[in-house]
Design a protein around this ligand. Sequence first.
Ligand SMILES: *Cc1c(COP(=O)(O)O)cnc(C)c1O
Length: 237
Amino acid sequence: MLTKRDVDVAGNVKRVVDQIACAVDRAGIDAGSVKLLAVTKTVGAEQITEALEAGITCLGENRVQEGMAKRSELGDRVFEFHLIGPLQKNKVNKAVNCFDWIETVDSVELAQRIDRACEVQGKRLPVLVQVNLAKEPTKSGVAEEGLAGLVEQARAMRHLSVRGLMTIPPYCENPEDARPFFRRLKKLLMGLNAKQSVESAMRELSMGMSHDFPVAIEEGATIVRIGTAIFGERPSL
Ligand SMILES: *Cc1c(COP(=O)(O)O)cnc(C)c1O
């Protein structure tokens, strides 16, 4: 069993960056158009620092409390911080204070609460709407049927900047089996954008994790969320 200390974080970052470059090449898109989010759940400050020093600029965390602890542990290091886990209503103020992006908006009520917290804290936050494509009861996210209505209402909120969609597809042993879900999310985004002017089009698709991000990029991902491939296996919780 490898312990965290044996993991070559810098080497892993380099390998993932190379794999992203290859996928971007295959997809025929701009090299700069995919953002690599290093997912830091259960990872200590030492390893996160190693990733930042290897060139990582964006971090993703699932829990508000853990995110706040990491912000303070990492002191004055600069990074863009994304909340990628479900957000409880009573933690919205803290989340708005701690994170630069919230990727998990999945109800009008949550959007309203975030909007209000942003107003109080004097900021406008980029957000993504999380979609539960397979309607898995264990996962958060809005069902497809509710997506257009939620996006329309969230876009009307003055302190939110709705940038696109996020999804976690059902776990598939073979990453090819996740491809239809990625393709579907892209299609949903294009459908939403069809009613918008070019300037107000949403462009972000946060999809793809350690085992399937090359496929996600081929299908149009603009944000990939990578934990295990950078920091090694997590202890099972
Ligand atoms: C943990 C997590 C990831 C990263 O998963 P890996 O398989 O370790 O890359 C990505 N997105 C979300 C929402 C997560 O919770």
